[in-house]
Design a protein around this ligand. Structure first.
Ligand code: DGJ
Length: 381
């Protein structure tokens, strides 16, 4: 074949264009708060999410939010993205979709928040849990939903939604709390007496028969493979840590109350250096507030608040750099490397909410976060 110089030049130009398009399209930095384009150039639509590492790949699951004015709610659910480098994410579509059947409680119009997926080594199945609210009922139902799949990217088969731990007392619930008779109607909401009553189990007793409320949630697998469902309960006043069955599909009935009456949500847990750490937020709806860090030596141990982990200006610390925690990601292949993942919510257009990822740094043995407008994984020691 004879190739003339015109053809050679054209080929070189073509290759250079391809190279430059490819370079432009790739993300090289994490840029908290900015549009984060997936491999098709669209902002990653996976909010309140969580990431799992499986077969050399990261999978990011999150709330797939519809455009604000979208009337058709049937293409709603949990999105999944995959990545090898935590920077460039391929959209794998909806891993769990609402069910187009008016008899289903997972029908279009329901709310799915903070989905998390874990892998069960014993069953070889992927298990997804999520906060589930019923169509037209605001945040009243406070259910947790579970779905399962043989494939990590789905489709996940919806099993059920429940209020956990019906008919069982928390392990750390004193006898006198079980027998107390004070009722919600006897107290003024928010008064000192009300706060004491809440701390002493007012809502645990109220919801004893029907099951405990479950709103903002996360999952955590301990070193021994036991998994825990951690959620905001008791009208968002107290966190509950509930042990899951060996197949991760149900609750064993063993659970504890954590930080009673302290009004935490958005829990994100991780383990490092023999201690369990938890980031949470206060409860101010979509508006960001000051993050809180808590520490424990055992998952079912004594959790202690150790203050605000943010190391920015006073204004930045008050609002966690404009974010709310969703997960602390353990980075594979590095020693003790973690990423704070948070959401900067845009309530009027939730799909446009921004991802706030920051490297976890350490100060006197505790994790802290600082603002970096852009950074790469070499920041993680
Ligand atoms: C705060 C929660 O953390 C979010 O997941 C969401 O439920 C909003 N509240 C709703 O106001």
């Amino acid at each position: 074949m004879i190739v003339n110089s015109k053809q050679t030049n054209a080929t070189i130009i073509f290759l250079l264009i391809c190279l430059s398009i490819n370079c432009q399209d790739k993300n090289h930095l994490i840029k908290p708060g900015q549009i984060w384009p997936d491999t098709e150039g669209k902002h990653i639509n996976a909010h309140g999410g969580g990431i799992i590492y499986y077969n050399d790949t990261y999978y990011w699951f999150g709330e797939y939010r519809l455009p604000r004015l979208e009337k058709d709610k049937s293409h709603y659910g949990v999105s999944c993205y995959s990545s090898k480098d935590l920077l460039n994410w391929k959209n794998e579509g909806l891993a769990l979709k609402v069910i187009n059947d008016s008899a289903s409680i997972l029908k279009p119009g329901c709310v799915i928040e903070r989905p998390k997926v874990i892998y069960n080594k014993k069953t070889g199945k992927f298990v997804m849990w999520f906060h589930h609210e019923l169509k037209g009922q605001g945040y009243k139902a406070a259910l947790t939903g579970v779905a399962v799949s043989d494939n990590i990217t789905g489709p996940y088969k919806y099993i059920r939604s429940i209020r956990p731990n019906a008919g069982v007392w928390p392990l750390n619930f004193p006898e006198e709390y079980k027998n107390a008779t004070v009722k919600e109607n006897d107290l003024r909401n928010g008064s000192d007496e009300w706060k004491i009553a809440v701390r002493e189990g007012l809502f645990v007793r109220r919801d004893f028969e029907a099951g405990q409320m479950a709103r903002d949630m996360t999952l955590f697998i301990d070193k021994n493979g036991k998994a825990y469902h951690v959620h905001a309960s008791e009208e968002n006043m107290t966190l509950h840590f509930s042990e899951l069955t060996d197949d991760y599909l149900d609750f064993t009935g063993k659970y504890i109350r954590v930080l009673p009456g302290e009004s935490n949500e958005a829990p994100a847990l991780f383990f490092s250096g023999g201690r369990y750490f938890m980031f949470t937020s206060g409860t101010t709806g979509w508006k960001p507030n000051a993050a809180r860090l808590s520490v424990a030596k055992k998952i079912f141990g004594e959790w202690k608040s150790v203050g605000n982990p943010c190391r920015g200006t006073e204004d930045e610390n008050k609002i966690t750099f404009g974010s709310q925690s969703t997960q602390i990601l353990t980075v594979n292949g590095k020693k003790n490397a973690f990423i704070y993942m948070g959401d900067r919510w845009t309530p009027d257009n939730l799909a446009d909410s921004r991802h706030i990822w920051l490297p976890v740094e350490w100060e006197k043995g505790n994790p802290v976060i600082r603002w970096y407008p852009n950074w790469n994984l070499s920041k993680l020691k």
